[in-house]
Design a protein around this ligand. Sequence first.
Ligand code: V0V
Ligand code: CO
Length: 147
Amino acid sequence: MLLRIDHVGIACANLDEKIDFYRSTFGVTVVSLEVNEEQGVKEAMLHVADGEGGGSYIQLLEPLGPDTPVGKFLAKRGEGVHHVAYGVPDVAQAIREIGGRGVRLIDSDPRHGAMGTSIAFLHPKDVGGVLTELVQSPPRQSLADET
Ligand code: V0V
Ligand code: CO
C-alpha cells in the first residue's frame, strides 16, 4: 500500500529562515511555495529524491495563526517534526482500508495538498503518537513542467 516516504513535515516559526537553513546546510532546493488556507499553513516543499509514484521532500510548515494545527503544535511542543507522509497509489482507497482496521481518520474524504496532491490525515493517537498523512500524487503529465 505504501510506495515511499513522500515527505516529513516540520513545524517552524519562520519559514524563510528555515528555508535558508535547509538550503545552506543540505543543498536542497525549494520546488514549491504555497499557502493552504484550509490547513492553516504557509509551506515549502524541498526536493530530496525521486521515488516510485512521485518524489520525496522536506515540508517546512509555518502556521497562518495560533488556532491552526501547526500553530497549536508550536505552542505546545515547539519547532520540530510535525508529521510523516507516505505516498499511496489511491488515497481514497487507502483511507477506506485503514479506517476499516479501526484507525481514526481525521479526513474521511481526501483534501487538497501541496503540488496538486490529494491528502488525508490519520489521528496521531491511533498511530503511536505520529500524525500520519497519506499522499496521492497527481498524474505524471501535470508534473511535466517541473522536470
Ligand atoms: C497534536 N497532537 C499530536 C500532533 N498534534 N501528536 C503528534 N503529532 C502531532 N502533530 C496530540 C497533542 O499533543 C494532544 O495530545 C492531542 O494530539 C490533541 O491535540 P490538540 O493540541 O488538542 O489539537 P487538536 O486535537 O485540536 O488537533 C490535533 C490534530 C490536528 C492532529 C487532530 O492537528 C489535525 O487535524 N491535523 C491534521 C491537519 C494538519 O496537521 N495540517 C497541517 C499540515 P495530548 O496532549 O492530549 O496527549 S498541512 C500539510 O501537511 C499539507 C497541506 C501537505 O502535506 O500537502
Ligand atoms: Co504534509
